[in-house]
Design a protein around this ligand. Structure first.
Ligand code: SF4
Ligand code: SF4
Length: 60
């Protein structure tokens, strides 16, 4: 099962992943985005490609 991992030391909480994920896996947090619904991830890797900080890795 694919799921995204966020590097909190890189994430700026910009919200790009929140808006781009077709499955609404992410939510904005206080300081960094939160992987709210990892089980919904379909592995499209749009988040990984679009994160401006290169803070997301999608793992299997
Ligand atoms: S797109 Fe990247 S930097 Fe922006 S909130 Fe998501 S993980 Fe953080
Ligand atoms: S890989 Fe696709 S479905 Fe999974 S969290 Fe990223 S954007 Fe969402």
């Amino acid at each position: 099962m694919p799921k995204p991992i966020i590097d909190n030391s890189k994430c700026t909480n910009c919200g790009t992943c929140v808006g781009i994920c077709p499955m609404k896996v992410f939510e904005k947090g206080e300081k960094a985005a939160v992987v709210k619904k990892p089980e919904a991830c379909v592995g499209c890797r749009a988040c990984e490609a679009q994160c401006p900080e290169d803070a997301i890795k999608v793992v299997d």
